[in-house]
Write a protein that binds this ligand. Structure first.
Ligand SMILES: Nc1ncnc2c1ncn2[C@@H]1O[C@H](COP(=O)(O)OP(=O)(O)OP(=O)(O)O)[C@@H](O)[C@H]1O
Ligand SMILES: [Mg+2]
Length: 274
């Protein structure tokens, strides 16, 4: 599915807008991205592509700009300079129909952002019905399939408050999947969870990756990054310091900044200081 196939939108067809800049098969193409908050520049020229079916994990110290980078991809933050193409559409174009692009991009945050007054099932059908115009019956069938996928088929009637954090996060993933996204963005989806709940969420993400989902994942879970990522990006102070295969970046980092970051996160006594 591509943003360009959405009826009634102004999103350009991939490859027809600005010839020569769009890579075939690229789901995300970020070129020269800068982002400042006031005087403070937090992204200092990021170039990053994510290909169809690729899993890219972004690691780096607190404050290095990981969340800001992710948020720029679906324009939750407005870039200061640079271009970002998502599914061939330049989201930095002032005339972009960003809602049409966001329809194809699932985002899962550290906080689950479920509606507490709606059942699990209704949380997973709301946007399907209001944004995609699906009937209740169709939306519920899709939601149930995705709840089954994340191991929560039997909790459809529960309210979010009756679920553990890990279960709520899996509902958030099922909700995102119910929109048939072409790209999933994850921002530290397990970092608010008790350690014993992390594994189930990572297992769902691993399944998604195995199914060929294109994923851009900010994570502190080095074992996950090493096992699941096709590519790992190490960011520090608003730049990509190093990127490559997980065994290379996590296993044999070239840069001192990467080495010292990994030494901190891989030392269990300093887990939460990275
Ligand atoms: N809305 C905002 N207004 C002002 N400054 C911001 C805003 N959002 C982020 N920043 C600043 O931008 C920098 C990068 O923040 P960001 O949240 O992207 O870091 P991060 O790498 O995701 O960190 P963490 O690992 O702690 O989540 C930080 O210095 C932060 O204070
Ligand atoms: Mg962050």
């Amino acid at each position: 599915m591509s943003a360009a196939s959405t009826p009634g939108t102004s999103t350009p067809t991939p490859g027809t807008s600005e010839p020569g800049t769009s890579q075939p098969g690229a789901v995300v193409e970020i070129v020269g991205l800068h982002k400042s908050f006031g005087e403070r520049e937090v992204l200092k020229g990021i170039d990053l592509g994510v290909a169809q079916g690729e899993v890219v994990c972004v690691i780096g110290p607190s404050g290095s700009g990981k969340s800001t980078l992710l948020r720029c991809v679906n324009l939750l933050e407005q870039p200061t300079a640079g271009t970002i193409r998502v599914l061939g559409t330049d989201v930095t174009d002032p005339d972009v129909d960003i809602d049409a692009v966001r329809t194809h991009v699932g985002m899962v945050f550290q906080q689950f952002n479920l509606f507490p007054h709606l059942s699990v099932l209704d949380n997973c059908t709301l946007a399907q019905r209001t944004v995609l115009g699906r009937s209740r019956e169709e939306a519920e069938a899709i939601a149930r399939k995705n709840l089954d996928h994340v191991g929560l088929a039997d909790r459809a009637a529960s309210s979010p408050g009756q679920l553990s954090g890990g279960q709520q996060q899996r509902v958030a993933i099922a909700r995102a999947l119910s929109m048939d996204p072409a790209l999933m963005l994850f921002d530290e989806p397990t970092s608010a969870l008790d350690p014993e709940l992390v594994g189930d969420v990572l297992a769902v993400m691993r399944d998604l990756a195995d199914d060929g989902m294109t994923m851009l994942v900010v994570t502190h879970e080095m074992a996950f990054a090493r096992e699941v990522a096709d590519r790992v990006i190490f960011m520090d102070d608003g730049v990509v310091v190093e990127q490559g295969a997980p065994d290379q970046v996590v296993g044999a980092p070239q840069h001192e900044r990467t080495r010292s970051f990994l030494a901190r996160v891989l030392d269990p006594t300093h887990r939460h200081t990275a």
